[in-house]
Design a protein around this ligand. Structure first.
Ligand code: HEC
Ligand code: HEC
Ligand code: HEC
Length: 242
């Protein structure tokens, strides 16, 4: 599809998409609060969780379809199901002796800066405050990460604040090749990013909700307030829409 058609047809559908999005989010959060019946640690469930790009009905799904689409969002867990020990977390092999040697997250996270979401650690602060010093290279302890300080602002239609994507916080952990070119073409505006695909575990959702703070933290991404005039225009536009 030509990107110009996509762009032109986006505006009239924006309202419907925002509604669908809010519905998906409401159901997702309801699922989190209701989810005290976790999936049995079967190989099938683990495979379903791993295959985030091909949403399959998860064994735990209290609402068919919705929970399956959000099964990647393992950082959105009910309080009693957060930061389980390695043997219970359905990531590590409970049958492997090495699993039992790992430090449980609740002990490991105790001294780290807190956040109100995900696994309750503010990882950006933990790294900035040198609470942790991860290696940039597994084998070379002296290797330094290639940090790039470049913010990309993505304008968001409607009243939601614009998204600021910061390269700095990402390249302190990640290699350019973790995102470029498979997830994002390295060119401002070249990628069509949407909340719908993020909620399905694509684009920013490849990591956010899995290994980085979850999608419930709107303001961490939507951090740039629109000029007051633009907000007024957006508000009157949405009032006059059919
Ligand atoms: C976590 C994912 C991620 C990582 C890691 C990452 N980038 Fe990016 N990069 C993005 C996104 C998102 C954009 C914006 C694309 C868009 O607007 O469509 C972008 C845009 C760019 C652009 C285009 C800038 C412009 O003004 O057109 C360049 C160049 C770039 N990245 C280089 C790099 C380099 C070099 C590294 C490693 C030091 C890196 N990126 C690491 C996600 C990433
Ligand atoms: C390859 C994995 C990956 C992708 C893709 C990715 N992120 Fe991140 N992001 C991280 C990690 C890891 C962190 C640091 C840990 C954390 O904050 O949970 C982070 C941190 C951030 C922060 C910093 C928050 C702070 O406290 O300063 C913002 C903002 C952010 N991401 C936005 C985005 C946006 C917007 C996109 C998509 C355009 C995106 N990320 C795509 C992995 C990713
Ligand atoms: C990990 C970063 C991230 C988080 C967290 C996040 N968003 Fe977004 N959001 C984006 C990006 C990137 C876009 C696409 C912007 C663009 O058009 O380029 C977007 C777009 C949107 C849009 C425009 C319509 C659409 O579907 O693309 C709305 C509305 C929106 N987000 C609402 C929210 C709400 C509400 C939350 C919290 C429940 C939230 N977002 C959390 C990154 C994020």
């Amino acid at each position: 599809m030509c990107p110009c058609t996509a762009r032109a047809s986006k505006q009239p559908r924006a309202l419907a998409r925002v509604r669908a999005l809010l519905l998906a989010l409401a159901t997702m959060l309801a699922t989190v609060h209701a989810a005290d019946n976790p999936p049995k640690p079967t190989a099938a469930a683990a495979a379903a969780a791993a295959a985030a790009s091909t949403p399959t009905p998860a064994a735990s799904a209290p609402v068919p379809g919705v929970a399956a689409a959000n099964s990647f969002n393992r950082l959105l867990r009910a309080p009693g199901r957060r930061n389980l020990s390695p043997a219970e977390d359905q990531i590590h092999d409970p049958g492997n002796d090495g699993t039992l040697l790992l430090q449980p997250p609740l002990t490991a996270f105790d001294a780290l800066p807190r956040s109100n979401a995900g696994n309750r650690v503010d990882w950006v602060k933990a790294l900035g405050g040198t609470h942790i010093q991860p290696r940039a290279d597994r084998l070379d302890p002296k290797a330094a990460p290639m940090v790039m300080d470049l913010n990309i602002v993505r304008e968001v239609k409607g009243s939601m604040p614009d998204v600021v994507y910061p390269h700095k916080q990402h390249t302190e952990w990640l290699d350019c090749s973790n995102c470029h070119p498979a997830i994002f073409v390295p060119q401002k505006g070249a990628n069509q990013i949407s909340m719908a695909s993020i909620l399905l575990g694509q684009q920013c959702g490849v990591c956010h909700g899995k290994v980085a703070f979850p999608v419930s933290e709107c303001r961490l991404c939507h951090s740039k307030a629109k000029p007051a005039a633009a907000n007024a225009v957006a508000a009157s536009a949405s009032r006059s829409a059919p």
